[in-house]
Ligand binder design. Sequence first.
Ligand code: TRP
Length: 460
Amino acid sequence: MAESTTPARASWSGKLAFVLAAAASAVGLGSMWRFPYLAAKYGGGTFLFVYLVFVFTIGIALLLLETALGRHTRQSAIGAFKAFGKKYAFIGIFTSAVPFIIVPYYCVIGGWVTKYLVGYVTDGSAALADGGAFFSNFIADGPQSIVFMLIFMALTYLTVAIGVNKGIEKANLVMMPLLIVMAAAVAIYALSMPGAMDGLAFYLLPDLSAISPELIISALGQTFFTLSLAMGIMVTYGSYLDKSTKLTSSVVQIAGTTFGVSLLAGMMIIPATFAALGSGQAVAENSGPSLMFIILPQVFQNMGPAASVIGCVFFILVLFAALTSSISLVETCTSIIQDATGCFRRRALIYTIIFTTVMGIIVNLGYSSLAFIQPLGEGSSVLDLLDFISNSVMMPIAALMTCIWVGWIVKPKVIIDEVKVSAKFGAEKAWTVFIKYIAPVVLVVILVAYVAQTMGLFSM
Ligand code: TRP
């Protein structure tokens, strides 16, 4: 047991608790908010297909690697890399910077969800289903959007302050299954709307000729983002694991749940968007971070008099999914600062809170007083920039470094032995080849193709 060897480190109470906690960290705004808008933007089925392939190849391979690394070293990211030599700490530091970039904008979206929840209670469903004006007015109102972000942040920090086991595990048990049932019900309803069947075809059928480097890197980033990979969190989660938990089946379950929820979230939103706009191209042109907040209220509104109740319950569940993820993100940041500086947990949490709050306020103002900052071209925002840097740049690079490091320096055997402590490892050979050769080559090709495309060296 972890408690007896390292008294300061909390531990999961069993495999189910771990899978649920990891799935809850995984299933969040990435599946509910980010996946639908990316899929809408990149041709529906085409994006879904590439995402599916990535989740079940590089996704589970890295999930296994990270959790095993954490359990082996009993450290969060920086410490885990340093455990094999001081000179490798930089990989951990690079990786650990990612959650610090994600938390601020994650909490901004969390604030949007909170606002919609409150909106269903105070303004009623019709006010929210007005085709986007409600949403634009809200994000353009700096002070108001900051207040909602702060409410979301306060909920997150309070739970982290209470501790790993009690805070996270309990909430997960109830909220996750409810979210899945509700999302399925809304998806079925959305599919019954006129025109939704053409939208379903758009969402499910890939058009392989539409694959581009930009689509691929977005699907890759989305894989890392939804599975909470390439940012040290799963190393931290693995460090709380005891030696009897089967890693192999756990990672497949975590990946499967995450993919399933993303698939459902897309079903709620994309066919309905297609039905409203009429063509894949129109869907692509109109999709962005606001998609979920504009389309879903309209779907709910169509459901009739119960719309306010449905919207309210739905946003409560999304709020919980977002909270379990933001809790785990803040938990990671805290444990990174703690392990890096040796300071007390409380002080590390305070540093995390100060940094993420200041950054979060800047992200909010990116839609009002700082709206002139359009770092990624016309109409883009600070939020888009942070999202792009973390998902499309840093996470692929972190994953690349991790694969090379494990494959060629640490040697796969360390991870394989750790996996085998608790279970047979049938895919041992395949996993080794993947981490040593396939993943690094594919990651380099994707990164190079993407940079080349961005610099205009070729077009697709
Ligand atoms: N996977 C989470 C989601 O889909 C987001 C996320 C990214 C995350 N990195 C994380 C959650 C680290 C917890 C820890 O919403």
